[in-house]
Write a protein that binds this ligand. Structure first.
Ligand SMILES: NC(=O)c1ccc[n+]([C@@H]2O[C@H](COP(=O)([O-])OP(=O)(O)OC[C@H]3O[C@@H](n4cnc5c(N)ncnc54)[C@H](OP(=O)(O)O)[C@@H]3O)[C@@H](O)[C@H]2O)c1
Length: 324
């Protein structure tokens, strides 16, 4: 599998990143270990987690990070991995109360290091934004964690482009490295906006796409396979009600038809085209896949070397590069 270097860093992650949102409490530890073993066997080296993952399920607190930490301790894979985690997420019961103060961010970093059983985090994400806080304070706090050796680089998730631009301008003026990536909801599938139940999340839009294109900031999108919507439709398998609610629309039926046509012409599978649509964008883009089974990891990982032309990428989305 090819790698996709992240500009302004020495990180060379594989073209596909493995997500872990339900590891531990949702996907039992033994199954999560099998997913990670399969992922690295298929050539992957980039794992994405967050302090809050699986806290919405009954069981251990921070179970995704802790499950990954236990796997790292037994697999011996730590040194060859690009390990990414996130903090600064509100407590789930009080989503309206920000947790982005400097002491809370530092506390989250230290907790994640313990959960992951590691001395350093390669890529540290702010999971949300708090527009009431100046970007200077946020960047200074994260840079302090780089200087302390706790994190190597930092990035933002669910931030609007004007706030990203302000943060980058502040970092440039200080002569330090700012955000090296942005994580947003993005896939080939158009979203039904009314189905998004968390208003603190941010999806790719025209403005964000233009920002990435002019700045070459790496995009590392989540829900990159639209929860398997196109694969399930193509195989006439059941699309879960929440997936239908989010992605069931006329535009996606048209895109699904184009996917089938291009699959017939190129020999690529639907999964390969869905993920290849992202990895062939005009700025570095590394999709995060959220697989539930070993077979899904194997299938998704076959997309790592897909090559599509600019015209094929535009055609799949009906003439639009970005979406949604
Ligand atoms: N920064 C953020 O705010 C944020 C938010 C959400 C997620 N994330 C990160 O992004 C990761 C991925 O998000 P996601 O889980 O929404 O992504 P996704 O890959 O679009 O959706 C995962 C679902 O897609 C289906 N699937 C996976 N591989 C498949 C394949 N090869 N063929 C057919 N169906 C397949 C499975 O559905 P079934 O279970 O129905 O089979 C699986 O549960 C998360 O694990 C997390 O690390 C970040």
């Amino acid at each position: 599998m090819r790698s996709t270097p992240i500009p302004h860093t020495d990180l060379t992650p594989s073209a596909i990143c493995l997500g872990s949102s339900n590891f531990g409490n949702g996907i039992p530890p033994a199954d999560a270990y099998a997913l990670m073993d399969t992922y690295v066997t298929c050539g992957g080296n980039f794992i994405d987690t967050a302090a809050v993952y699986a806290n919405w399920l009954p069981g251990e607190k921070n179970s995704s990070e802790k499950t990954i930490g236990r796997w790292l301790a037994r697999s011996g894979q730590r040194a060859r991995l690009v390990l990414a985690t996130k903090g600064g997420h509100p407590d789930l019961a009080t989503m309206h109360i920000s947790r982005m103060s400097p002491p809370k961010i530092v506390d989250d970093v230290e907790t994640s290091l313990r959960n992951l059983q590691t001395d350093w985090i390669d890529l540290y994400w702010l999971h949300r934004d708090d527009t009431a806080r100046p970007v200077a304070e946020i960047i200074d706090t994260l840079h302090g964690q780089v200087v302390a050796g706790n994190i190597r680089y930092f990035a933002c998730s669910n931030w609007r482009p004007e706030r990203i631009a302000a943060a980058q301008a502040y970092a440039a003026q200080k002569g330090i490295t700012g955000f090296v990536a942005n994580q947003m909801r993005w896939s080939l599938a158009a979203i039904n906006p009314a189905a998004v139940d968390d208003s603190t999340t941010v999806a790719m839009d025209d403005e964000t796409y233009a920002y990435h294109k002019q700045s070459s900031l790496a995009a590392i999108p989540y829900s990159s396979q639209a929860n398997g919507y196109f694969q399930k439709e193509a195989e006439k398998r059941e699309v879960r009600p929440n997936q239908q609610k989010m992605y069931g629309n006329r535009e996606n039926r048209a895109r699904g038809a184009r996917l089938k046509k291009l699959a017939g012409e190129t020999g690529y599978s639907i999964s390969q085209l869905v993920l290849g649509w992202l990895t062939n964008q005009p700025f570095p883009t590394i999709p995060i896949v959220g697989c539930r089974t070993v077979a899904q990891v194997e299938d998704s990982m076959t997309a790592g070397d897909v090559e599509l032309t600019e015209a094929q990428v535009a055609w799949l989305a009906g003439g639009k590069g970005q979406i949604s």
